[in-house]
Design a protein around this ligand. Sequence first.
Ligand SMILES: NC(=O)CC(=O)C(=O)O
Length: 305
Amino acid sequence: MPFKVPPTFKSFTLALVQLGNIGANKSDNLRHARAMVLTAASGRADQQKPSIIVLPECFNSPYGHVHFPVYAEEIGYTPGTPYDIAKSKSESVKMLSEVAKETKSWLIGGSIPEKDDTDGKIYNTCTVYSPAGELICMHRKVHLFDIDIPGKITFKESETLTGGKSMNFFDTEFARIGLGICYDVRFPELAMIAARRGCHVLVYPGAFNLTTGPLHWELLQRGRAVDNQVFFSMCSPARDLTAGYHAWGHSMVVNPMGLILSEANEDETIIYADIDPETFKTARAGVPVTTQRRFDVYPDVSVVA
Ligand SMILES: NC(=O)CC(=O)C(=O)O
């Protein structure tokens, strides 16, 4: 991860696209996602336009381990190396790059199933684009969603996916943004390390479900936000009861005091939140845990070699 010190933090507007109608036809999914990003970019009436737009986890394919190999695309991105969009084999990457450029917005392109052309493994991958349409960062879901709650939900991403091996953040002209994907939110270390590395806002495309959503979706986001005194946000697909996986929806943005700034219901929609650096400063000044840690009593588990 490149580390530019000190990172800039200025106010900006974040838009989350809680995308619906994600079906079996990838081209239709891409067309619809593109149209919704364009709508998100036009912003709310009389308000600042969003500087950054977010799509949900698995926005170009149905969500399920049997689908990942079928929808997987080769991206071929090497961190720190310029990426030639024109030569990309990924139709999703091309669409995301074009729409970022067209809207002149930063775009966190949710996630897509990705096949690594060097090892043949499949990942759940988020790509990020600058307003010039450059692919500037990529995060592969680190913690795979393997759960078994009898009578409720069994899901095993590891049937077809491999977990990513890196933590990722990127710098914009207004903030440092840390990335994760869905189940990654359950592992506080990832968010803690991102915050200690100067991230102001953590954005995790995600897709909780009707069992874990009502229990943990809000709790985890508010927890990660308060623990780390950062803005925290997850962008979900809309709920579709005709799909194989029923997403919880409720995309949200939480501030560093744990207050929900904006929340969707379960339907397709776009939500916006104004990210104010003042809240970040006052949260850290008022409740100064960032300077009160007792590493003489317990080790600093966020320190990585
Ligand atoms: N879909 C996920 O990766 C995670 C999830 O639904 C959960 O943690 O619950």
